[in-house]
Design a protein. Sequence first.
Length: 197
Amino acid sequence: MSEWPCVVILAAGQGSRYRQVAGAGQDKLLAPCRGRDAVVRPVLEQVLSNLPASLARRVLVTTADRHEVKALAEAYGCQVVLLDSPGMGDSLAAAVAACADARGWLVLLGDMPFIQPSSIELVAQGLGERTIRVPVHGGTYGHPVAFGAALGPALQGLSGDRGARPLFALGQVVEVALEDAGVLWDVDVPQALVFSG
């Protein structure tokens, strides 16, 4: 079993705020986006290309109708879990169940394309059984968040839109101070495709 946690990428949300601005047929995960490396890729591919090679075990959760998302995930070595729910709790539970034997889980959002690979690795390293490692930038919690193996049953018990924040009371929260504004930057509207952190 790897000493690194399993990466969980949540990509099942409907992106309704983005669609309200960009149009009903627009999927923010596939929108062209210039990464911090100046290369233009779809938002989700930026997220996947930022994953350090050390984090080799990867599970991405999405809905069955998102064929391009599934193809991108598989191209970057992800196991794909198809889910008939946009709820974050449902997504987390399904992803953790798919790699329940992992040493822990590093949860990333599919719409956060500007996180530096070094930041991802810093959050993932040194994860204890009951530890929750969360990046902090400017006093604000961001993503990705790492959960130790002992929190697996609680993660699998999540449902609906309820995310994992309530689980912070169950583990030892370790704040990882980072200068990387990308840990707070998600693409909720088209204007957010341009990073200015």
